[in-house]
Design a protein around this ligand. Sequence first.
Ligand code: MCA
Ligand code: AMP
Length: 506
Amino acid sequence: MSNHLFDLIRARVPDPAKILMETDDGRTISYGDALDISGQLASVLVAHGVKPGDRVAVQVEKSPEAILLFLGCVRAGAVFLPLNTAYALAELEYFFSDAEPVIVVCDPARQTQIEEIARRLGAYACLTLNGSGGGSLMGQARDITTGFVDVAREPDDLAAILYTSGTTGRSKGAMLTHNNLASNALTLVDYWQFTANDVLLHALPVYHTHGLFVAVNTMLLAGGSMLFLAKFDADQVFRLLPRATTMMGVPTFYVRMVDDQRLTATACAHMRLFISGSAPLLEETHRAWNARTGMAILERYGMTETNMSTSNPYDGDRVAGTVGFPLPHVSLRIADPETGASLGIDEIGMIEVKGPNVFKGYWRMPEKTAAEFRADGFFITGDLGTIDSKGYVRIVGRGKDLVITGGLNVYPKEVEAEIDAISGVLESAVFGVAHKDLGEGVAAAVVLRPDAKIDEAAIIAALNGRLARFKQPRRVIILPELPRNAMGKVQKNLLRARFRDLFQPS
Ligand code: MCA
Ligand code: AMP
């Protein structure tokens, strides 16, 4: 019996004694440990009644055990559903009601509240896992004998669902198959020339595509090791750079590092590759980095729905302001957003992609899925771009109303709905403004009802518990009315222009 993704991982395990992950406090997990413990975790899931295709929702702090739980889910034939630790209870309630997980794993500190929601919505059990690997999940795994027989899974079976917010309405669950994850990781190992000699400095969260699939799956298939930091911390990163060969990060990592006098060519002497993605890397950051270190950051482009689609070359020019070439096996075209007709060199249009990297659809949303694919199978990304005569793809804007703050996506519609529900608010418009550290910061323009007695602080306070902190506006501006065009549509471009210096130091 074969389990598509895990068979591939198992086949590429180097010496079982080799270290797979080492935490900032020196705890190590070898490849052999990873095989044993992920099998024990798969046994725990099955003992709790998990059947192939069942969802296992996980909202936990970063730890090696969180990765082993992902592997345990894959081996048990379950669908891993990771959730950002910043999500508020109201958001979890939606995810659980939509995905109907049979098991929920959460931090012990939030167990009481999360277990109540999980059980009410039909979960069989709520287990706990903290950032040091403690909690009931590992407690139950410890006594189980190893030797779990992996559940059979085909390439097209689901391995994970990752929620991604939408321009309309609530978040959508992107269904990722075993083959989506396996094929993309194999491509990245080759394209970025990862080998068993690589040591990845891993400072990303592990509940999104970047830190989980791009980083971890690629390292597993390369047979390399990871220095596994709990979060991005410049002191830790500079301390560990001499031991690492590669790093993956969102642009905020590189902005912070380039602002730090410890960034020198000597500090990077052991590094062969820095990769950036999830949000645009400013050309000035790319150039400043190159001037300081003599190295060119490699920028790539992807989405939760597509995994990685393009990358600057490993050998060859890494051009600042571009996201490089379509990856092998990925077809990419620039299309007229209205008609879908292919456009020519340097013409701005919708980026559309097709290939084994592209997801299977949105969980239980056939109409939304159909609306985002062309008849010939190309996925409509919502990003606007061009391709130049050398084949480099450039992202020039977004055809979707989206703010990316520190690499995290915020869909204004979702935030506006919560602000509009606050008593005293007539209407609101949420938009992104340039932010030196985060790339973009979230801002809101709000029109109050006559005689309303609320202010900026009260509006932000009212969003606590409703929305993750990173989605909450950092500034709320009270306006007498919102700028609208002749059709009555709010002109966010005017708001962005008027408040462009909101987050810049004066
Ligand atoms: C934390 N805060 C944020 C963010 N992160 N606010 C806005 N945007 C953020 N990204 C808030 C906290 O709630 C807190 O608020 C305050 O900022 C400081 O929190 P702290 O934890 O100290 O922040 P930090 O450690 O400085 O984190 C910033 C970060 C982190 C390092 C940029 O957010 C990060 O690691 N981002 C990476 C996200 C990522 O992995 N994206 C990939 C998505 P308060 O003080 O008020 O409580 S996958 C993807 O996009 C696709 C597939 C792709 O192409 O990769
Ligand atoms: P997510 O839905 O969280 O997976 O975010 C995907 C979105 O992040 C894409 O649709 C792009 O808008 C953006 N993105 C990812 N990588 C880059 C990049 N290198 N440059 C610009 N935008 C990017």
